[in-house]
Design a protein around this ligand. Structure first.
Ligand code: SF4
Length: 510
């Protein structure tokens, strides 16, 4: 097993930087379903560009490493203790090399362990089997989509759909609702794994297990296969679209499994995964630990399922923003406008927003731009910081703080993904600011525009993802989705998708 550590490192690199063929193929098909020039089509084109850049540069597809979860099947007698240590070593090395962002923090203090190791991270589950081979599956599931997981306890009332009973109809209601409630915040279009049964803990774990199934498999249980088909046919009628911008594709895959439950409980657990569906798997030689086979690779032709990688196509009508931005310029922007940002931009995530509530900012933010982003940063040989991945993080987490911070510091633009709530929308109107939606997960695409790193603030206190990075942006493209006139694309899509959800109650579920 002297190759096991190296094989695990290769698996981690491949999972973080290269989407499997079944996922690529599905994204390609989604792309064909969106009308040219729509916001969803533009987003998919940026996503395609990002996937290509990540593969070519061997850098993370998305800056959010997510929860590293390994599922390993071993022959009887395999030494799980040394295998675990090899995985820890491989993770440490991948983190050091910028393949993974340091993503494991103390739950109370928020202190980052710096190497992705710590109590509870990574998740490694072993299982013994009779076969004389080792099967390792890895998924990197990011926080944005993890936060959109949901569990239903039947029977219950589901908003928009009414009563959901302990039957297949009730299950379908839960799954449709799970897609609706995710909106664009988990970087739609998404993939869902559904676990029926179990207890609260095993139900969620089983739901996540479904994400390890190939997208092209057919459920051997005919009833569940019919549920999967039904959901794939109907969830897209919600028209949530890529990034929640509205569009024809809201769901890319649905896999449903069932395990036994207690008579008193009936859980339907849904694991929601973003478009950046980073899961790979390998079969290993049990004596050497060498990789014998990669899973999820379809017919093995490396070019199959490659999307046309255009990036966000520019028309020349984009508005260029450079901080400090005037109120007049902000007031001229409307939902749907595409902006290009050049000049100063500062990152700020959860820890920074909480900090700014009670402290002065380390820089002058008046007229400035805050980017909800926790980048992957590495120092080069000369000790200069390099941006390795820098896509947006989910903005709604900052909703409790954002309005106060816009007011306190005179911000003119907030960039993130998934949109924000009414309190922020009111603050944008009152103080003259906009919310800009960047394309979630497009970490390489945006890293290219944020190559110039000026300095970093509060790094020691908060760690790499939560520190305030000061960039000089060059050609950073984003879409105005909340303007200073009370308009929110996110609120509009939520409302229209809710109306569509209700139609299922009136027609299908009667
Ligand atoms: S694509 Fe979006 S949800 Fe997925 S890991 Fe990246 S930021 Fe998180």
């Amino acid at each position: 097993m002297n190759h096991f550590r190296k094989s695990m490192y290769t698996l981690i690199v491949e999972t973080s930087t290269n989407l499997p063929q079944d996922v690529r193929k599905t994204l390609e098909q989604a792309s064909e379903k969106e009308d040219e020039g729509t916001r969803s089509a533009l987003s998919l084109s940026t996503i395609a560009k990002n996937i290509q850049m990540a593969e070519e540069s061997k850098l993370p597809i998305c800056q959010d490493t997510g929860m590293l979860t390994f599922k390993i099947k071993v022959p009887v007698g395999a030494n799980q203790i040394t295998m675990k240590q090899d995985i820890y070593d491989a993770i440490t090395e991948a983190t050091k090399n910028g393949i993974l962002r340091p993503n494991s923090v103390d739950s109370i203090t928020g202190k980052n362990s710096g190497d992705n190791l710590g109590p509870g991270t990574p998740v490694i589950k072993f299982e013994q089997w009779e076969k004389d081979e080792i099967d390792v599956r890895l998924i990197l599931k990011g926080g944005g989509c993890e936060n959109k997981n949901i569990q239903y306890s039947l029977p219950m009332e589901i908003e928009g759909l009414g009563r959901a009973g302990r039957d297949l109809d009730g299950i379908r209601k839960c799954i449709l609702h799970s897609v609706y409630q995710a909106q664009g915040q988990g970087c739609s279009a998404g993939f869902i794994g559904v676990g029926i049964g179990g207890d609260r803990t095993s139900g969620y774990e089983f739901a996540k297990d479904q994400l390890f199934r190939s997208l092209t498999d057919v459920n051997p249980n005919k009833q569940l296969a019919a549920v999967e088909d039904y959901i794939m046919e109907n969830a897209n009628k919600l028209s949530i679209g890529t990034m929640g911008f509205g569009g024809n594709v809201s769901l890319l895959g649905c896999k449903v499994g069932t395990i036994n439950r207690l008579p008193a409980s009936f859980f339907v657990s849904v694991a929601y995964n973003c478009w950046a569906f980073r899961r790979q798997g390998v079969r290993l030689d049990p004596s050497t630990g060498e990789i014998i086979e990669w899973f999820y690779q379809g017919d093995g032709t490396s070019q199959a399922g490659r999307m046309e990688a255009g990036g966000l196509p520019l028309t020349g009508k984009e508005v260029v923003l450079t901080a400090p931005i005037s109120e007049e310029q902000i007031r001229s922007l409307k939902v749907g406008d595409v902006v290009i940002i050049n000049g100063d931009m500062f990152t700020g995530r959860d820890a920074m927003h909480k900090y700014l509530m009670d402290h002065d900012a380390p820089v002058d933010l008046n007229g400035g731009i805050i980017y909800h982003c926790g980048p992957v940063m590495l120092k080069d040989k000369e000790g200069k910081w390099q941006t390795k991945a820098a896509g947006p993080t989910t903005s709604i987490r900052e909703e409790p703080y954002q309005a106060d911070i816009i007011k306190k510091f005179g911000l003119r633009a907030v960039i993130g993904k998934g949109g924000m709530g009414q309190k922020t929308l009111n603050a944008l109107e009152e103080h003259g600011a906009v919310y800009l939606n960047a394309i979630g997960g497009a970490a390489q695409y945006y890293a290219e525009t944020l190559k110039e790193v000026n300095t970093v603030h509060l790094l020691e206190e908060f760690g790499v993802p939560e520190a305030m990075w000061h960039y000089t942006a060059k050609g950073f493209a984003a879409i105005v989705t909340m303007d200073s006139h009370g308009n929110s694309l996110h609120a509009d899509i939520e409302k229209s998708s809710f109306e569509r959800l209700q139609q299922f109650k009136e027609t299908v579920f009667k």
